[in-house]
Design a binder for this molecule. Sequence first.
Ligand code: SAM
Length: 226
Amino acid sequence: MVSTPIGNLADITYRAVHILKNVDLIAAEDTRTSSVLLKHYQITTPMRSYHSYNLKRETPRLIALLQEGQSVALISDAGTPGISDPGFHLARACIDAGIRIVPIPGPSAFVTALVASGLPSHRFVFEGFLPQKKGRKTRIEQLGQEERTIVLYESPHRVQKTVAQLLKALGDRQVVMARELTKKFEDFFRGTLSELAAHLQTKAVKGEIVLIVEGLSKRKKKDEVK
Ligand code: SAM
């Protein structure tokens, strides 16, 4: 499982490049997206798609290749495979089949955003993407009681709705919206949920987004009980 950049192509380890050059096959989510990276580092290893829409068919195929003794590197469109992408399914299948997994560490959007957020990072909860429909309201309500810093992935099309729902359910907490990390238009919005909601109403945002929300303070929790 090989971590690759989340934007800036220079954010890859020597070890990752070496492995991608030397394995028999690279399994990538969107092969067009990953071909930019491979071209940049002159990696000519054959690639095939391992995506949420073909993982039922592709998982046993990759397991069969690994069992034949071939080496396969799994990469995702960005960052660390297995974090909010299909990587988990292949890891599970490898463990079930007794195949050794070698993780090659590197960037992940949630850690990159969290460390620059200025919100407490000694305890945090990574929620990935919120459910789009079923279970969404319950999950947001549960987050209302979460004392640790909350880290979420979001798309630019849904961020306005999500921020409005978080404001309603959690109250006006501190929030950071980290956008386009490591890329040309990297941007951090720091403020409260109501300030972010107002900002999003004036301007449609583009690009990839991580939201980091302050956890419930113990003092506020006590006040709620009273
Ligand atoms: N495996 C990836 C990782 O390790 O971070 C995450 C994959 S997930 C399908 C894609 C989501 O990650 C995006 O919708 C966005 O929320 C977040 N993301 C990825 N790259 C980002 C970046 N450069 N800046 C901000 N968020 C990013």
